[in-house]
Design a binder for this molecule. Structure first.
Ligand SMILES: Cc1cc2nc3c(=O)[nH]c(=O)nc-3n(C[C@H](O)[C@H](O)[C@H](O)COP(=O)(O)OP(=O)(O)OC[C@H]3O[C@@H](n4cnc5c(N)ncnc54)[C@H](O)[C@@H]3O)c2cc1C
Length: 330
């Protein structure tokens, strides 16, 4: 019987545009495969040519399984899973990774259930243990520690990872494209996606911002939240939020930072009224400089910061804004 082997990645695309997260995961899969002495593969669905698919080999794919069909340009969970699951059953990879995106959050559990395997969602790292088994790292126990998840028996091991967790890198490996037959009928395309709409952003986008000013539950109310927006505007930066701040309706979901939000790597991160549990810290820990403002001197966030200010954000932020305005106007 065929052994389970190879690190596989589902390549997400939106209306024919390949998302970065798939390339980031492919680069990670390449690293793991090289460590283990095995191969990598990418699964691509959509209106793509063999030449388009070949480009994925530049990001480390030894094999690209291509289902080329115009109808697959728009995501449809039924159609996608009816192609991916039998392919995975036939080829028996050791692991299959997808983006922890809205698409991945819909597709991955469906495929995992069909394959009767486990799925670790929102991983913040993937690595090989001493025994060569894939370890999937997820913040656990309220974000106070990192949990290592392994799947000792079932294969493939499946994991989803947020965009931005891994860096994409080109590896210049030579790979092959394998064209797969698309055997789908109209009834496989249920529900039908009719249109994609992109939300317009009101502020500087978090992705790629040099400065991120982030607020947590300790900002206490919407009025205080405006201080963060003012500080971000003085510094030409973006505003981010923790989950409780989003839940309170002070900030939109798309600016949530952390394990289930975005991953940022600004030159300067300022976090105010945030306790600093792992669920949030994993999203900011690669920032060049981390400044934390918290009224509790024992707050966990002080352990990871470069500069800490113990005090009330409601008092410190206006003073900081005033000083910066003076500085920039002189
Ligand atoms: C599976 C899972 C995934 C999650 N994913 C995420 C995620 O992606 N991102 C995320 O953020 N959370 C996430 N969470 C939630 C996470 O566990 C924490 O609950 C959350 O990060 C805490 O947010 P906070 O620091 O704003 O609030 P709190 O933990 O309530 O902290 C508020 C802090 O503000 C301080 N404070 C209070 N008043 C003031 C003041 N006036 N001035 C200064 N400081 C003050 C307090 O001392 C305290 O430290 C996740 C949870 C789970 C279970």
């Amino acid at each position: 019987m065929k052994e389970h082997e190879g690190f596989w990645v589902f390549i997400e695309q939106i209306e024919g545009k390949i998302s970065e997260v798939g390339l980031e995961l492919l680069s990670k899969a390449r690293e793991l495969a090289d460590q283990k002495g095995t191969y990598t593969a990418a699964i691509l669905l959509g209106d793509f040519s063999k030449e388009d698919a070949k480009k994925l080999t530049h990001y480390g794919a030894d094999k690209v399984f291509l289902f080329s069909d115009e109808r697959l340009n728009r995501y449809c969970c039924l159609a996608y899973s009816r192609l991916i699951t039998p392919l995975v059953e036939r080829e028996k990879p050791e692991a299959l990774f997808m983006g922890a995106t809205p698409l991945g959050a819909d597709l991955a559990p469906r495929v995992a259930a069909q394959l009767e395997t486990g799925l670790s969602a929102h991983c913040v790292d993937l690595r090989l243990g001493e025994d060569g088994i894939l370890e999937q790292i997820v913040p656990g126990f309220g974000g106070t520690m990192m949990a290592v998840i392994i799947c000792p028996e079932k294969r493939p091991q499946m994991a989803t990872v947020m965009p931005g967790v891994f860096k994409k890198s080109e590896s210049h490996k030579k790979g092959e494209v394998i064209e797969e037959e698309v055997t789908l009928s109209g009834e496989d395309f249920i529900p039908e996606a009719v249109e994609y709409r992109t939300k317009k952003q009101k502020t500087v986008p978090l992705e790629g911002a040099n400065v991120v000013v982030c607020g947590g539950y300790g900002m206490e109310n919407e009025e205080n939240w405006k201080l963060l927006e003012e500080l971000a505007s003085v510094l030409g930066g973006a505003v981010g939020a923790t989950r409780p701040a989003v839940d309170e309706g002070w900030a939109p979901e798309e600016v949530m930072i952390g394990q289930s939000g975005k991953i940022v790597r600004p030159k300067l991160y300022i976090g105010a009224g945030i306790s600093g549990v792992m669920h949030h810290v994993v999203g900011i820990q690669d920032s060049d400089i981390i400044v934390v403002i918290n009224k509790d001197p024992g707050a966990q966030f002080f352990e990871v910061c470069d500069f800490g200010v113990v005090g009330d954000a409601e008092k410190i932020l206006p003073a900081l804004i005033e000083k910066l305005k003076e500085r920039f106007s002189s």
